[in-house]
Ligand binder design. Structure first.
Ligand code: UTP
Length: 297
C-alpha cells in the first residue's frame, strides 16, 4: 500500500440541494439549518471536520441558503450582548465557531446533483485530497467518522468512503458497494476494496447490503471523473457514477465506520437524531428521559 504525500486540510460540504423530503419546512429555509436540539445540522458536520483536523471548510450553497453563511460569520454584537449579560461561555461558543475554522463558499447555480455540487468546489480545493461531508447527515462516532476515513486513506493511498450495513429492503435508498474485504490491516473485514458501486439498486439487484453514508475522503482525480460523468435520467450528475470511474482507474476503498448514522434530511432520521442527542445533552438529558418514560407508548 502506498502513502499519499499530501496531508488532508480541506473539506467540502455540499449544501445546495432543494430538501424536498422536508417540505414545507425547507421552502424558505435551508434544510442544513434545521436544528437538532440546539445546533443546526450543518454545524455537526463542521464540528466533525474540526475534530478530524480539517480547518479549511468549503461550503457549496445555492439559492436561498444565505442563512448558512450568516451562521458561520462573526457576530460581534451577539458576543457583546452575551458578555454583558454574564453569559461568557455562550459568547465563547459563538466566537470559537467563526475563529477556529476558515470558511469559503462557492455556489451551485442549479441543483444538478451531488457530483455536480462537488465539482463546483474544484477551484477552491485545487490539486490536493479532500473530505466530503453531506450537510444533512450526522455520524456520531469516536473517533469522528471523517478521522477514521483519513486514517484509512493514509494507509491505503486511495480514496475511502464510509459505508454501513443497511436492511436489504432499503437498498433503494442508498448507493451500494460491490467490494471485497482487504487482508492484513487492523480494520479486518471493515476495510474493503471497491470493485464498483450501484446507485439505489432494488433488493434483488443489490451487490451487497453496504450502503454509502455521506462521508468521503477523495483524491483530486475525482474531479476529472465527475467531468466525464454524464447527467443521469433525472438530469443530475451523480457522485456515485464518478466514484465508479475512480475505483476503476485509481482504486477506492470502503470503510464500515464505527458510529451511528442519522440521515437527518429525512423526517424519521431527523426525529431519531433529535431524540438521541436530546437524551445525551448534559443539561436536558435527564429531564427528557423522564419525560419520554412518562409517555405510555
Ligand atoms: P440529498 O439528496 O439528501 O439532498 O443530498 P436534497 O436533494 O436537498 O434532498 P431531497 O432528496 O430533495 O430531500 C445530500 C446533500 O447534498 C447536497 C444537499 O444539500 C445535501 O446536503 N446537494 C444535493 C447539493 O449540494 N446539490 C445537489 O444538486 C444535490
Amino acid at each position: 500500500m502506498t502513502r499519499p504525500s499530501k496531508r488532508l486540510r480541506k473539506a467540502v460540504l455540499p449544501a445546495a440541494g432543494l430538501g424536498t423530503r422536508f417540505l414545507p419546512a425547507t421552502k424558505a429555509q435551508p434544510k442544513e439549518m434545521l436544528p437538532v436540539v440546539d445546533k443546526p445540522l450543518i454545524q455537526y458536520a463542521v464540528e466533525e471536520c474540526l475534530a478530524s483536523g480539517l480547518e479549511n471548510i468549503i461550503i457549496v450553497t445555492g439559492r436561498g441558503k444565505n442563512a448558512i453563511e450568516d451562521h458561520f460569520d462573526a457576530a460581534p454584537e451577539l458576543e457583546r450582548f452575551l458578555e454583558e449579560k454574564g453569559k461568557r461561555e455562550l459568547a465563547e461558543q459563538v466566537r470559537q465557531l467563526s475563529n477556529m475554522i476558515q470558511f469559503s463558499y462557492t455556489r451551485q447555480k442549479e441543483p444538478l446533483g451531488l457530483g455536480h455540487a462537488v465539482l463546483c468546489a474544484r477551484e477552491l480545493v485545487g490539486d490536493e485530497p479532500f473530505a466530503v461531508l453531506l450537510g444533512d447527515v450526522i455520524i456520531d462516532g469516536t473517533p469522528p467518522a471523517t478521522r477514521q476515513l483519513i486514517e484509512a486513506f493514509e494507509a491505503t493511498g486511495t480514496g475511502v468512503i464510509a459505508v454501513q450495513e443497511v436492511a436489504r429492503e432499503q437498498t433503494r435508498m442508498y448507493g451500494i458497494v460491490d467490494a471485497q474485504p482487504t487482508a492484513g490491516t487492523h480494520w479486518g473485514e471493515r476495510l474493503l476494496r471497491i470493485r464498483t458501486l450501484v446507485e439505489k439498486p432494488s433488493p434483488e439487484q443489490a451487490p451487497s447490503t453496504l450502503g454509502v453514508t455521506g462521508r468521503y475522503v477523495l483524491p483530486p482525480e475525482i474531479f476529472d471523473c465527475i467531468e466525464r460523468t454524464r447527467q443521469g435520467a433525472l438530469g443530475e450528475i451523480q457522485l456515485t457514477d464518478a466514484l465508479v470511474l475512480l475505483a476503476q482507474q485509481h482504486g477506492l476503498h470502503a470503510l464500515v465506520v464505527d458510529g451511528t448514522t442519522y440521515d437527518a434530511g429525512d423526517k424519521l432520521g431527523f426525529l431519531k437524531a433529535t431524540v438521541e442527542f436530546g437524551l445525551k445533552n448534559p443539561e436536558l438529558g435527564a429531564a427528557f428521559r423522564e419525560y419520554l418514560r412518562s409517555l405510555k407508548l
